[in-house]
Ligand binder design. Structure first.
Ligand code: ADP
Length: 161
């Protein structure tokens, strides 16, 4: 049984993340979307809120689960019995950082390999940061995130749409 984790902040989840989940879930037996609990980052959504959103958004995929992790990704992978870490590459700017992390994780845990999926062209510009930036000014985010979470994002900025 091939198990993978897809770690990230998902603050908030975007169409780019969902595309990655859909594509990578087809390649493994189980995909665990691992939400990083990082107190230092001052997130827009609590880790519990992010987990709830991701569970709803991935309900149609029977082999996708959602979990929370803190600390080392390689350690979380070991705990849940995953041997693959899924990451997305949007542009060359992602590459240098991701390469270093992937190599570090392999040194920390030899049984782990990182699988990079190249971003869907439709979403290669898209990041959670961009979503927050546009939403904070009341801009249209319907091309960035699923309908069901649009209001949740505006509410964080005290905006009703
Ligand atoms: P992190 O804080 O770990 O970068 P993110 O939630 O921003 O967490 O991203 C999680 C993963 O999803 C990363 O591998 C990132 O490259 C990937 N990702 C984010 N946005 C997109 C996108 N639009 N297309 C493809 N992959 C993406």
């Amino acid at each position: 049984m091939k198990k993978a984790i897809y770690p990230g902040s998902f603050d908030p989840p975007t169409f780019g993340h969902l595309d990655m989940i859909k594509r990578s879930a087809q390649m493994v037996d189980e995909l665990n979307v691992a939400v990083l609990k990082n107190n230092a980052k001052n997130p827009l959504f609590s880790v519990e809120e992010r987990v709830t959103m991701l569970r709803e958004l991935t309900r149609q995929f029977s082999n996708v689960t959602v979990g929370i992790f803190e600390g080392l990704t390689a350690e979380y992978a070991r705990q849940v019995g995953a041997t693959v870490i899924v990451r997305g590459l949007r542009a060359v700017t992602d590459f240098e950082y991701e390469l270093q992390i992937a190599q570090t994780n392999h040194v920390l845990n030899e049984s782990i390999d990182t699988m990079f999926l190249v971003s869907n062209l439709r979403y290669s510009y898209l990041s959670s940061t961009i979503v927050k930036e546009v939403a904070s000014y009341g801009g249209d985010i319907s091309n960035f995130v699923p309908e069901s979470i649009i209001d949740k994002i505006y509410k964080k900025y005290n905006l009703e749409k």
